[in-house]
Design a protein around this ligand. Sequence first.
Ligand code: ZN
Length: 193
Amino acid sequence: MVLPVVRYGDPVLRKKGAKIETITPEIQQLVADMFETMKHAHGIGLAAQQVGRAVQLTTIDLRGVKDRPSRLWLAGQEADVESFMPLVLINPVVRPVGTRASGPEGCLSFPDIFGEIERTAEAEVTAQNERGESFSFKAGGLLARAIQHEVDHLTGILFIDRMDTETRADVQPDIDVLLAKTKVAMAKQAANR
Ligand code: ZN
């Protein structure tokens, strides 16, 4: 099922995700719905907060992205990114490594807002998959950026928080408009309940 994507201004985006202790059928359904939602919205990553659920779960699928390379290492060996997709990260722990690099980012909760964000070029990740199995890998390029963006969501951090002062000032008028629209939409929703 395609779920509505929560937009900036909804307080759930600032909530820290609860740890997922057991992979219940409800969580499995949420994973399936998040993939459907992400595909429908043409996104490459989605955090549970963005569909209104504050839990430690994010989905990523970079298949189809040809213009921004990704890299992957499994047990120190370089591996194929495409065959590692789609990716479910439950209770992920990320250690940023490598040099810092700037790159463009957007977010499904911020339609039409983009900005350059500085992050580390690589990230070491340990997480559980949708079967509750633990796995580890190292990501580089777009994959490392996408993971850091999504895992930030799980602790209530948004990409606008990571913009430098100048970039943030550039997009602030658009953020203000978005915030006002979200408040109106949420008030309408509350009135119809
Ligand atoms: Zn996002």
